[in-house]
Design a protein around this ligand. Structure first.
Ligand code: IMP
Ligand code: MG
Length: 201
């Protein structure tokens, strides 16, 4: 089958459609079924990291037919744009997760530093169990020793946007996951990773 075309408004900035909307819909339903099976008799609390999870999360939770609670953690990474940039929590959890079964949800697992920090924070709150779910996994770039229990798609080392994921706060509303054209971030004289690390959302 031919690759779907990048819709007109984004053709100048998006190289290709990596994961089209129907494939996202299908895979999110599969993930929801797995989660539903595994958490059937549990006291489920979904904890999502802001802001990149919003589209994925909205589709995922609607497809999980189980009683659950939902809360959010905000994380940003500030610093000079170097690898050692520091993570800052911008929104704290409100729900008590002590003794409950937590499912941490993020948009993409890249170096794994964000996930590691969030998992550490959650573990300190003594839940009964913690599992992790990501829409996308870029294993090639992993630094921290973390893995997700539920992975939507494993992707190559590309900077991707859409379906919640941003580049400098743009492109979150794309209904598909697409690869950014290099000239978009070349114009900023910084690769996406460095720009992203100043404020991680
Ligand atoms: P990590 O701490 O390096 O695993 O980074 C995870 C966070 O970086 C994700 O939640 C995203 O916000 C962001 N990120 C990593 N790779 C990409 C990408 O390809 N596109 C958009 N955001 C990304
Ligand atoms: Mg994000």
């Amino acid at each position: 089958m031919a690759e779907p075309k990048v819709p007109h408004p984004w053709r100048d900035e998006i190289e290709s459609v990596l994961i089209p909307a129907p494939a996202l819909r299908k895979r999110v339903k599969e993930l929801a079924r797995e989660i539903q099976r595994d958490f059937a008799q549990k006291d489920l609390v979904i904890v999502a990291l802001l802001n990149g999870t919003v589209l994925f999360l909205a589709d995922l939770v609607r497809a999980i037919q189980l009683p659950m609670r939902l809360d959010f953690i905000g994380v940003s990474s500030y610093g000079s744009g170097t690898i050692s940039s520091e993570l800052v929590f911008t929104k704290e959890l409100r729900i008590d997760v002590n003794g409950r079964d937590v499912l941490l949800v993020d948009d993409i697992l890249d170096t794994g530093r964000t996930f590691q920090a969030a998992l550490g924070k959650l573990a300190a709150l003594k839940p009964a169990s913690i599992k992790a779910c990501v829409l996308l996994d870029k294993p090639a770039r992993r630094i921290a020793k973390v893995e997700a229990d539920y992975v939507g798609f494993e992707i190559p080392d590309l900077f991707v946007v859409g379906y919640g994921l941003d580049y400098a706060e743009r492109f979150r509303n794309l209904p598909f996951v697409g690869a950014l054209k290099p000239h978009v971030y070349a114009a900023t004289k910084k690769p996406p990773e460095k720009l992203r690390r100043r404020v991680r959302t």
